[in-house]
Design a protein around this ligand. Structure first.
Ligand code: UAG
Ligand code: ATP
Length: 510
């Protein structure tokens, strides 16, 4: 993989991003990097984000031959400086070129939404395993899958990687023989231009509700929605959950660049809809319990019928809110050219780490571990569990992260007031804040007439006590961390055994 100065100049000029090149030389770059600690000789180095000039000095000392930057860097030595209007856009475009446009060798399905991205990605990944002969890669919040060998599967750092990492990983997936890629695309990825210039074969919009608004994330809800809509503008074919808020605006955004014949809308049959006449697929739940989840998918429009995916499906994961996630995955599979019988087996065996994991105990009810961490997801999970446990109490263990998503605290308070009987407020990635203070902020939004509140900042202790106190008909929901093996404390990922391990140990299921 290489990139020449000549190629770089053509690409940046084509996209009107290049301002000037200082100390230009006819260089050929052997590496690209945004981290001075990883620079090798002949690296093109990108100055991005919360940046210090000393990083450039380090990069040049380690052999970087040029830097890409928005502002000229004041250096003691002479250096080739490529000045651009937007370094993140430049990095994405140049990364695609450096890694030789790996997207051209992959059918790419991109998924966005406030909730359900990972679940949908896993449903589709599992559904495609058999029909694509395991030639499907995955970029998800949980795992990155670049091939079918164990060493090609690893924990992800971000939902959507930085563009340099994204194109590098795509290139590795292609080298490993992958032909399909399923990727979650966060709104942050668009905010930070991590996928600038990338087009998808299929793009899905699951839902949107207020989230990720605040310092380091989106300044407003309008900006959050705008960033998510970019996915549709960059997709050849589009799937939209017609039950989402703002559906008319989202459909219009998709229609701006995609022929309506290539846009598929789906919804639950019973849903009250703004765009009812335009819905292509409806679905009905035919079994919805704590152990079973089955749906029937109905194809209404001609283009929907042509996909050959209508029929009955069993889902490998419970929760009524997961039905829409599965339907989205099934339609994606249909658009890729696979039919009902090819997709159904994978949908039936899908399990998602840290989502709706159930652990049965003889004397302390059932314990659920789930990744719900905002109002919409906490409400959805607790309502589903409560409906199916009419006899006992709903006991919840949760916290809220520090230095981000501050409005989640009110959301948790509201969801708990609506659905819980008892809560153990605890620690969840407090960052630079005091977890006890965060817990009190959640508590401020809880209706104390309805919910009994306990404070226990040691998360392991909070889980153990909640389980010990639960009776045989009660349920305990441990929410927010899923399979996270750390607590983010004062800038350090402090090891944490995962909620599932703590629960299993307490229930002696190990
Ligand atoms: C706000 C945000 O998106 N920040 C991301 C961004 O940070 P940044 O560009 O400011 O980088 P930085 O870590 O502050 O450092 C600045 C630059 O100096 C470089 N550096 C640093 C030290 C050094 O010695 N030398 C050096 O060159 C770094 O490599 C970097 O390029 O680039 C970093 C990678 O270089 C990411 O790790 C970081 O994500 C942070 C950890 C984060 O929390 N991001 C969240 C908000 C996020 O992106 N979340 C979404 C999911 C949201 C959802 O659920 O919908 C995601 O896609 O994961
Ligand atoms: N369609 C949905 N509507 C509401 N809640 C959902 C939906 N799908 C999943 N959830 C809830 O949200 C949690 C997170 O689900 P998932 O990881 O699939 O979403 P995500 O969009 O990837 O989330 P994040 O962006 O926070 O990583 C689940 O554990 C579940 O509690």
């Amino acid at each position: 993989m290489t990139l020449s100065m000549e190629q770089l100049q053509i690409i940046l000029n084509e996209h009107h991003i290049l301002r000037s090149i200082q100390e230009k030389q006819p260089l050929v770059f052997q590496h690209v990097s945004y981290d001075s600690r990883r620079v090798q000789p002949d690296t093109l180095f990108f100055c991005k984000g919360d940046f210090k000039n000393s990083y450039v000095t380090m990069a040049l000392a380690r052999g970087a031959t040029a830097i890409v930057t928005e502002q000229p860097v004041d250096l003691e030595q002479q250096a080739c400086q490529i000045i651009v209007t937007d370094v993140q856009k430049a990095m994405s475009l140049l990364a695609a070129a450096f890694f030789d446009y790996p997207q051209n060798h992959l059918k790419i399905v991109a998924i966005t939404g406030t909730k359900g991205k990972t679940t949908t990605a896993y449903f589709l990944y599992q559904a495609l395993q058999q029909p694509t002969a395991k030639k499907t890669a995955l970029f998800s919040t949980v795992n990155t899958v670049l091939g079918s060998e164990p060493q090609q599967i690893f924990k992800s750092q971000l939902t959507t990687p930085e563009s340099l990492d994204l194109f590098a990983q795509m290139q590795q997936a292609v080298a490993n023989g992958m032909r399909y890629l399923i990727m979650e695309v966060s709104s942050q990825a668009y905010l930070k231009q991590r996928v600038y210039g990338l087009k998808y074969d299929v793009g899905s919009f699951l839902n949107i509700s207020p989230d990720h608004i605040g310092t380091n994330e989106h300044p407003t809800f309008a900006n959050y929605l705008h960033c998510k809509e970019q996915l549709l503008i960059n997709s050849k074919r589009v799937i939209i959950n017609a039950e989402t808020a703002h559906v008319a605006e989202i459909y219009d955004a998709a229609k701006a660049t995609t022929d309506p014949d290539q846009i598929y809308l789906f919804a639950r049959s019973s849903a009250k809809l703004q765009l009812k006449q335009m819905v292509d697929f409806t679905f009905d739940s035919t079994a919805d319990s704590l152990s079973e989840n089955q749906i029937t998918l109905n194809a209404l429009s001609e283009k929907a019928q042509a996909l050959g995916i209508a029929g009955a499906y069993t889902l490998g994961i419970t929760g009524d809110y997961n039905e829409a996630n599965a339907v989205d995955a099934i339609i994606s599979g249909g658009i890729l050219g696979f039919q009902h019988d090819q997709l159904a087996a994978g949908i039936a065996t899908t399990k998602i780490p840290g989502r709706m994991e159930a652990y049965q105990s003889a004397t302390h009810g059932t314990v659920y571990v789930d990744y719900a961490h905002n109002y919409a997801s906490t409400k959805a999970v607790l309502r589903f569990l409560k409906d199916h446990h009419p006899a006992g109490k709903v006991i919840v263990v949760l916290g809220s992260p520090g230095n981000k998503g501050i409005d989640r605290r009110a959301g948790f308070g509201q969801a708990l007031s609506e659905e819980a009987d008892e809560v153990y407020l605890t620690t969840d990635d407090p960052a630079f804040e005091d977890p006890e203070q965060i817990a009190h902020e959640i508590d401020h939004h809880i209706d104390h007439q309805r919910v009994q509140v306990h404070f226990e900042m040691d998360r392991i202790q909070a889980i153990q006590t909640a389980i010990e106190q639960a009776g045989p008909d009660d349920l305990v929901a441990v929410l927010g961390k899923g399979q996270d093996p750390y607590q983010k404390i004062k800038g350090v990922d402090t090891p944490y055994p995962t909620d599932s391990s703590v629960v299993k140990k307490q229930l002696q299921l190990d």
